[in-house]
Write a protein that binds this ligand. Structure first.
Ligand code: G3P
Ligand code: CA
Length: 327
């Protein structure tokens, strides 16, 4: 075990394990099978990224472009829906959830996003539906775990006549989740949608941050500005915590600053494959072989994170247990 770079810090809250897109290291992402495996492996929260259908139903997809994570290209009946769109400044060519009703989307099947890195998951291609938020909520309630939904491209969706906030709040309220102790965190890389949500619900909100760039809604100039003491104080006015990229917590400084502002810290995303690990944690030279992600998670725990996203919930749970044993 490599030594922490700075002294150990304590988390503000009990450390939670968040299953990133389900147990997405082991099943195609955002499928009931992947979420179910995550729950079996001990995840505290399952993470659906949320986009809307043509008939305004929330479904779990990482983006509204479903070209790479479903078999839509094989459906001749939808060939004429292929189009090009610019979303948050990036051009996409393919098929998009907002052009499909839920009934149409339900005829598609999920496929593995990363077949070269995760070849074992390809065996599940074609087996699983695109789940709705309602189905994810039902699963979470059945197994008594929480959900950690992310609004994807909220400004884009509002701009095409599909605002997200009221629909999300209504769906959470219908599930009985409208308070700060509900088993829910809502996250976004954008800012203004979180501020609007803060005025509409008391569920906990998480401001996502990246190591470069800034929010697509341009509500603040950059993520760098948001992690200054003044920036963190501003985030604390509407959010319960921050979700920074894992590299942003590698030395513990941001965690201490966020905690000082009263914010919890849930970094993303811990993945076992060498490809996603720093060179010092690789095992062998194959990018898809698993390296020592437990050490990476342990360092984050020692720096005081309040939870973390992982594609491999079992490894996340084991790393937390090992850290607790060493206390
Ligand atoms: O939501 C945390 C993390 O999932 C953000 O990244 O791109 O996987 O949604 P992404
Ligand atoms: Ca996400």
């Amino acid at each position: 075990m490599s030594r922490p770079l700075i002294a150990k810090q304590k988390s503000l809250s009990p450390v939670i394990v968040i299953a990133h897109r389900g147990a997405s290291g082991l099943r195609p992402e955002h499928t009931i099978a992947g979420y179910t495996l995550a729950i079996e492996q001990g995840a505290d929260f399952i993470e659906p990224d949320l986009v809307l259908t043509k008939d305004d139903v929330f479904v779990a997809r990482h983006e509204n472009d479903i070209t790479d994570t479903t078999d839509v290209a094989k459906h001749a009946e939808f060939a004429d829906r292929k189009t090009s769109k610019t979303i948050d400044g990036t051009k996409h060519v393919g098929w998009f959830t907002e052009d499909f009703t839920l009934a149409e989307l339900k005829t598609l099947r999920a496929k593995e996003r990363l077949p070269l890195l995760r070849p074992d998951n390809v065996q599940y291609d074609g087996q699983f539906e695109v789940p709705t938020l309602a189905e994810v909520i039902a699963l979470a309630k059945q197994h008594k775990v929480g959900i950690y939904p992310e609004t994807k491209h909220p400004s884009y969706f509002a701009g095409i006549g599909h605002p997200m906030e009221a629909r999300l709040v209504a769906e959470l309220k219908a599930a009985g989740w409208d308070s700060a102790d509900a088993p829910v965190f809502v996250q976004s890389f954008e800012v203004d949608n979180l501020k609007r949500l803060n005025g509409m619900t008391s569920v906990r909100l998480i401001q996502l941050l990246d190591a470069s760039g800034g929010p697509a809604d341009k509500a603040t100039p950059s993520y760098a500005a948001m992690i200054t003491p003044a920036g963190l104080k501003a985030v604390a006015a509407y959010a319960y915590g921050i979700g920074p990229g894992k590299a942003m917590v590698a030395d513990g400084t941001l965690i201490a600053a966020a905690h000082a502002a009263g914010l919890r810290v849930h970094p993303w995303t811990f993945r076992a494959e060498n490809y996603f690990l720093p060179a010092r944690l690789w095992s062998g030279v194959n990018p898809r072989a698993h390296g020592r992600v437990e050490e990476e998670i342990r360092q984050a725990i020692d720096h005081g994170v309040d939870g973390y996203f992982t594609d491999f919930p079992a490894l996340g749970v084991a790393a937390r247990a090992a850290a607790a044993k060493d206390q």
